[in-house]
Design a protein around this ligand. Structure first.
Ligand code: KG4
Length: 338
């Protein structure tokens, strides 16, 4: 018998619901919230209100598009954290209510595990998935981690950021250039037109596999401050070169630690995940590294790099198999507890 899971994701500013049957994707509906655009970042209170408006139609649409009935759902998986507390409460409360109504088990999913297990979303039953163990570079707006994935429910963080995340480095530097939020995708497209070797920004020297991006951010800011004193149009005149040089520095920092971890562990399968894994330079760098070192690399489809319920449903599928169910009284958690 196949296992059909409804996944619900509401950790930040996307309300999403998906249905998977034995990890094969039947539907993945995402309502992105435009309300934050005017504020230059996600406004938590507005996010939770928008989730409340979106959640019922999004879940109904996911069930409709999957061509199943509610009675076919074997379990409900939801993002329990980390994320914005108010947003998480909406998805958590809805998942609990529906699980009670349908009398099916509830499975809580760590959002970051979801990003890692996005590689197990199958669009056809024959899709190839990573073999275990694999090393995943998880890079998003809130996290930068190197994770050793031993099994779907057995992950070890071997490196993490000690300050800003890679996505924050993109977004904060984009903000000082006067670009709208989120700056990452805009920097990515501007970088295609610029010279990545034109400017040099600071790279951290910290031991182990940990990341740091705050020094880069400061050196980017100081470069702009100094150059603007000489030429008030400096940013406009050099925006593509600034974007390309910034992107190259972020990629160099990411790849340096990831390459060390790959060499030291001897693991031959690598993957990337999270919002920043949509970056064309990051994708090319990982593919190139894998080709040169004869590794197999898993690069997610761009739809599965951002927050989506398909990855939550798949992570829920594996927790369901391991009988890792969640109590109806379990509260959401806002911070990382992998
Ligand atoms: O995974 P995600 O939605 O965030 C968290 O769950 O924390 O990723 C959002 C982050 C933002 O920082 C955004 O700027 C970045 O991913 N991002 C990108 C690209 N697309 C999204 N960064 C660089 N290049 C991109 N193409």
């Amino acid at each position: 018998m196949s296992i059909t899971i409804l996944g619900i994701e509401s950790s930040c500013d996307d309300t999403s619901a998906a249905i998977v049957s034995d990890c094969v994707l039947l539907s993945n509906v995402i309502a992105s919230q435009r309300v934050h655009e005017a504020y230059g970042g996600v406004v938590p209170e507005l996010a939770s209100r928008a989730h409340q408006q979106n959640i019922v139609p999004v879940v109904s649409e996911a069930i409709r598009q999957a061509g199943i009935s509610r009675a076919d759902i074997n379990a409900i998986a939801f993002t329990r954290g980390p994320g914005l507390p108010g947003s998480l409460h909406v998805g958590t409360s809805f998942a609990k209510g529906l699980a009670l109504a349908l009398n099916v088990p509830l499975v809580d999913v760590n959002h970051l595990h979801g990003h890692v297990l996005a590689h197990f979303i199958k669009e056809t039953a024959t899709d190839v998935v990573p073999s275990f163990p694999f090393l995943c570079l998880l890079i998003s707006g809130g996290n930068s981690q190197i994770i050793k994935v031993n099994a779907p429910n057995d992950m070890e963080i071997i490196g993490h950021t000690i300050d800003d995340a890679a996505g924050e480095a993109f977004d904060k530097c984009a903000k000082v250039m006067g670009l709208p939020y989120p700056g990452g995708p805009i920097i990515d497209s501007m970088a295609q037109l610029g010279d990545p070797n034109r400017f040099k920004f600071a790279k951290p020297h910290i031991p182990g596999y940990n990341y740091s991006f705050s020094g880069l951010k400061t050196s980017f800011l100081y470069t702009l401050r100094d150059e603007l004193k000489i030429n008030p149009n400096f940013i406009e005149d050099n925006k593509n070169d600034l974007a390309a040089s910034l992107q190259k520095t972020i990629i160099d920092i990411l790849m340096d630690k990831f390459a060390h971890a790959i060499k030291d562990t001897g693991i031959k399968t690598i993957a990337i995940g999270g919002g920043v894994s949509a970056n064309s330079g990051v994708r090319a760098a990982v593919e190139d590294y894998a080709r040169r070192h004869r590794l197999s690399a898993f690069i997610p489809k761009r739809t599965f790099t951002t927050d989506n319920a398909a990855m939550i449903a798949v992570a829920g599928h594996y927790r369901f198999l391991d009988h890792q169910f969640c109590d109806i009284t379990a509260p959401p958690f806002a911070r990382v507890t992998i």
